[in-house]
Design a protein around this ligand. Structure first.
Ligand SMILES: [Mg+2]
Length: 455
């Protein structure tokens, strides 16, 4: 039976972020109560009523257009200042709630925090979040307190959380990981030579950070495929003659967590010339034992179940799509560059997630439950073996970075996206396109300290 509770809270939950919704709800109250549309400014006094002139300090019958301008300024500024104070008070209280949640989490009882009681699905916070300071920054850019018709939006709050995270992690960050599609470049495209993120990525490396691309794109052990996707970036590294020591700070982890590559100078096999490229790192040298224990036949069985369910979705919704099977992934992609509606993609994701969880429950405890990730890739749906949580954890162990020293930048932080999983193991920045990635990096890079050797 489908109840309205299920429709409202369970099935649509994949389109919501509960913490952002909570903050948005808090900010909406002062907006509704106080940020009312401005009263019309009268151009002449009403007969027998001087209150308008008295309020505005106008001069009775000598009221001019200049006075109207003054009325506007005198009325506007106190309203904006009062709004700002109310919004800041709210952001400060959320900041304090997050701190209390962090303290309870350190004691092993995060569920006892006030924030957890109000937002039960709230994730871990690995740093404090200076939301009050971040709100001031956002207000300077987007005039939030001066708005009378448009309340603080989902995107305002998402960006404020990003700014707060950038401020908090800048002193300790040592590993920054990026999703690929829609974070560094547009969906399915390659890294172009003129991509404006390139100098910012080099700046991060010069500041001593390890930079890694953690992407769903899976080409088993094939460095050349990743070199092709990142050609513009690698060519830039090469033309700027970056040192080997600097290049060693750049990694690519493909197939969510399955194929790791390190950047460096190498010999072009055809010409013998020195070029900047990627070198495959064998799983034995970085993967934990439980990951190395994943059996090939178990992986294939899981992918068989996933493929069967995806094809059932294709048939049921009459989608113009075909299956694409790889060694550690299976997906459906549209035929002839067609488009599949977001709702249909989400239906495939949620239905396949459910099917695979049921399959693993029925398999019993004798079989290792292999982690998987089902996600909406924008115009396709993929089931990958492993996930970005494991990907980030593998890099943290391999490169020696703690959760409060790691930040992941991505565009898929709803529960049907593949960046969502990283929240359990590191700080995150939720962007929606490469332009926003540029903005957060422009906020982060001035706060970093640079080693004196200036490699
Ligand atoms: Mg993406």
């Amino acid at each position: 039976m489908t109840s309205s509770y299920r429709i409202n809270y369970q099935l649509r939950a994949h389109k919501r972020d509960p913490l952002i919704e909570f903050i948005k709800g808090l900010l909406l109250t002062p907006f509704v109560l106080h940020a009312k549309p401005r009263k019309p400014v009268l151009t002449a006094p009403i007969d027998g009523d001087l209150s308008h002139d008295q309020e505005s300090g106008g001069g009775g019958s000598s009221h001019t257009q200049d006075d109207d301008k003054n009325d506007y300024q005198e009325e506007e500024k106190p309203m904006v200042d009062a709004n700002l104070q109310r919004y800041l008070e709210i952001m400060k209280s959320v900041e304090v709630m997050i701190e209390e949640h962090r303290r309870k989490a350190l004691k092993g009882v995060p569920e006892h925090s006030r924030l957890h009681r109000i937002v039960p699905s709230v994730a871990s916070f690995f740093t404090p979040l200076p939301l009050e300071a971040a709100f001031l920054d956002a207000n300077a850019k987007h005039s939030i307190a001066a708005r009378r018709f448009v309340p603080p939006s989902f995107n305002d709050i998402r960006r404020i959380l990003n700014t707060a995270q950038v401020m908090a992690i800048a002193p300790t960050v040592s590993l920054i990981t990026f999703d690929g599609d829609m974070t560094l470049y547009d969906d399915g495209t390659c890294f172009a030579d003129n991509n404006t993120l390139i100098p910012l990525l080099v700046t991060l490396m010069r500041a001593g950070l390890r930079v890694a691309i953690v992407t769903a794109a899976g080409y088993p052990g094939d460095a050349s495929k990743y070199e092709e996707r990142l050609a513009g970036l690698l060519r830039n590294f090469q033309s700027n003659n970056l040192s080997e020591k600097l290049l060693e700070r750049f990694y690519v982890l493909g197939g969510e967590c399955n194929y790791l590559f390190r950047c460096g100078w190498k010999k072009n096999e055809a010409t013998g010339a020195a070029v900047v490229g990627l070198t495959y790192i064998h799983p034995e040298s970085y993967q934990p034992v439980d990951m190395l224990a994943w059996k090939h036949e178990d992986i294939q069985e899981l992918l068989d179940v996933a493929e069967e369910n995806l094809m059932r979705c294709v048939a049921a919704m009459n989608l113009k799509a075909v299956a694409l099977r790889k060694s550690r992934a299976v997906g459906i992609v549209p035929i002839n560059d067609g488009k599949i509606a977001r709702e249909q993609l989400d239906e495939c994701v949620l239905s396949t997630q459910q099917r695979l969880l049921e399959y693993q429950q029925m398999s019993g405890p004798s079989k290792i439950a292999i982690p998987f990730c089902v996600f909406n890739g924008g115009n396709d749906v993929f089931v990958d073996i492993g996930n970005k949580l494991i990907g980030v954890q593998v890099l943290q162990t391999y490169l020696g970075a703690a959760p409060d020293e790691t930040v992941h930048v991505g565009d898929q932080f709803l529960s049907t996206g593949n960046d969502f999983a990283t929240r359990s193991s590191c700080c995150t920045l939720w962007i929606v396109n490469p332009e926003e990635t540029e903005s957060v990096l422009k906020e982060l890079t001035p706060l970093l300290t640079f080693p004196a050797d200036g490699m």
